[in-house]
Design a protein around this ligand. Structure first.
Ligand SMILES: [Zn+2]
Ligand SMILES: [Zn+2]
Length: 349
């Protein structure tokens, strides 16, 4: 069988290539991919040839947020059937290293994360018509969910894990900084978890309109409407929880200013070294918690999308056939025009 493969050779050198695909091996399953979401990390690989210390050192098939249909079963796979709609969990911890032994699976030393250039040889990703993966990576949908929504399980899992750091959001006043796919999904999760009020900020109107559809009580464009935040800056600040989804110094400064004493800031966005008002963290006794990927939350995300408990459809702003992958990557980097951009594959036909 011939399949199209979306492979990054170097920064700005993304090619759609055709290759022969073998059948699935033992304990593997073959998935005909339907849709895959372009993530911020894919964009960093595309534009900068890596993220921070992680560099693309050999051609890599990008993509780690995809769903499709089971096309073939390898020997020993009995709990799936041809045609099943599934999402592929990009994360595969070793289960034996010191972190896995502590049940910190998302920190596994030997993590095999699909579409990641962290390890060498790189872990190949999901942007291709057909992929063979270990059956343990596959999560089945029971209902006839559109494949584009099934492909949103990975970013939703990230947000569910972020919310797990704040066990009780019931009645909380929540600030979400950044309204991209993660900020918007974070907003929906906070609303589902019973937040009393969720305010969302961004630099652009388009992502804010998506956050509104995902359950924001109020959105604020910090460029054109910054005055709308004044009431929240009063006194020592009023938010119980901030989900910081930008990694931008200005947004983190805002978060520190508007969090109430004793409040919790969950850092979802990633930045390198940035200046930080340590005095605010100390004097307001703020808890700042990082969050990294997910583990049990992938299955939870699949269930929420499958059951219709959370509608992720507003975040998907565009879909392109994989033949137009370069155009899709260019658009996905423009936050004034796009939120989540999907590639579609043979399995979507
Ligand atoms: Zn991602
Ligand atoms: Zn491990």
């Amino acid at each position: 069988m011939q399949a199209r493969i979306c492979r990054l050779h170097a920064a700005h050198d993304l090619r759609v290539e055709i290759e022969a695909v073998a059948g699935p091996g033992e304990a593997e399953v073959q998935i005909r991919i339907g849709a895959g979401g372009i993530c911020g990390s894919d964009l960093h690989y595309f534009h900068d040839g890596g993220i921070g210390q992680i560099r693309v050192r050999e051609p890599i098939i990008v993509g780690h947020e995809a769903a499709g249909r089971v096309a073939a079963l390898g020997v020993g796979v009995t709990d799936l059937a041809i045609g099943d709609l599934v999402a592929i969990n990009p994360s595969l911890p070793c289960r034996t290293c010191e972190y896995c032994a502590r049940h910190q699976f998302n920190h596994c030393n030997q993590m095999r994360f699909m579409g990641s250039a962290y390890r060498f040889p790189h872990e190949q990703g999901m942007f291709r018509d057909v992929v063979n993966v270990p059956a343990v990576r596959v999560h089945r949908f029971a209902n006839s969910v559109p494949v584009q929504l099934a492909a949103c399980a990975e970013p939703l899992a990230v947000c569910l894990h972020a919310s797990s750091h704040v066990p009780d959001l019931k009645g909380a006043r929540v600030l979400v900084t950044g309204a991209g796919p993660i900020g918007s999904l974070m907003t929906a999760v906070a609303a589902r978890r019973g937040s009393a009020e969720t305010i969302v900020t961004d630099l652009h109107d388009l992502p804010l309109s998506v956050a509104k559809k995902m359950g924001a009580s109020k959105t604020v464009n910090v460029v054109t409407q910054s005055g709308r935040l004044d009431p929240y800056r009063a006194g020592k600040g009023c938010f119980d929880v901030v989900f910081e989804c930008t990694g931008a110094p200005a947004a983190i400064r805002d978060a520190l200013e508007m969090i109430r004493p004793g409040g919790t800031i969950v850092l979802v966005g990633v930045a390198g070294e940035i200046p930080l008002a340590l005095n605010m963290i100390v004097s307001k006794e703020i808890r700042m918690i990082g969050t990294h990927r997910f583990h049990p939350e992938f299955a939870e995300a699949v269930h929420m999308i499958d059951s219709g408990e959370l509608d992720v459809s507003p975040i998907v702003s565009h879909s392109f056939d994989v033949d137009d992958a370069v155009e899709a990557f260019e658009l996905a980097g423009d936050r004034t025009k796009a939120v989540k951009v999907h590639l579609t594959f043979e399995g979507d036909r």
